[in-house]
Design a protein around this ligand. Structure first.
Ligand code: GLN
Length: 237
């Protein structure tokens, strides 16, 4: 079978808490099933591959978001078309924020987003920090959050889940992350897929469906991932 193409946005700038691990988890979970993955890193100026199956982006400091901002915004029409074409996307923290309409930093800078997700983010004086787990349609997702941006959801997205132990999108409405079609945004680092194996497989299955391939993935022994998730859940702060 031809490989699934995992596109990794800005691996240098947007990897503040090891979110690159999400790419490794997806690649490994494919390999364990005898399926191949091709990973394509995208740096400033690189073209996005037309055969992308899953696009991933991690967290970054406000400054890094500013550095890659112009390049990212120039990709807006392509990213919106990819989202409308049901491409699977997993975006964490800084990239999640930039997938929205805008991010107003607490220093008063406006970082324009690409409006793939109907969310807006404003910088605040407090930081929302700690382990977090959320309840979702796809089971428990476990990671940790560390952000000062507060995100509000518009009517064209649904929350990814309901925050149980952490602060979530904004610390006030218990929502965490956002979803539309196959596009997911979340504040969960960790990397989140390392402690949320069912969600990792959900992303892979969606990508296989979109390619017209069999989406049924043979079960894996996830006991270590679940044990790590249990430890994090027992230590909310
Ligand atoms: N710079 C953003 C914030 O603090 C994102 C941080 C991150 O990616 N962890 O809100």
């Amino acid at each position: 079978m031809s490989a699934l193409t995992l596109v990794h946005l800005y691996p240098r700038e947007m990897n503040i808490y090891g979110d690159t691990g999400n790419v490794l988890v997806l690649r490994k979970r494919l390999e364990w099933r005898g399926l191949e993955a091709k990973v394509v890193p995208i740096n400033v100026g690189d073209p996005l591959p037309a055969d992308a199956d899953i696009l991933l982006g991690g967290g970054g400091q406000d400054a890094a978001q500013g550095d890659i901002g112009r390049d990212f915004v120039s990709r807006g029409p392509t990213l919106r078309a990819m989202a409308d074409d049901d491409l699977v996307m997993l975006t964490i923290c800084g990239t999640y924020q930039m997938l929205g309409h805008e991010f107003l930093t607490k220093d008063g800078d406006r970082i324009e987003g690409v409006s793939v997700l109907d969310v807006v983010t404003k910088g605040s004086d407090s930081r929302l920090i700690g382990n977090n787990h959320i309840d979702t349609t796809w089971g428990r997702l476990v990671g940790f959050e560390n952000h000062s941006g507060l995100t509000e959801l518009g009517g064209d997205v649904k929350p990814l889940g309901r925050t149980v132990s952490g602060r979530g999108n904004n610390g006030s409405d218990l929502t965490e992350g956002a979803v539309r079609d196959n596009v997911f945004g979340t504040y969960l680092h960790g990397p989140v897929l390392a402690k949320s194996p069912a969600f990792a497989d959900e992303l892979l299955s969606r990508a296989l469906v979109r390619r017209g391939l069999d989406p049924v993935l043979e079960p894996l022994d996830d006991s270590l991932a679940e044990a790590a998730a249990d430890v994090a859940v027992r230590r909310p702060r």
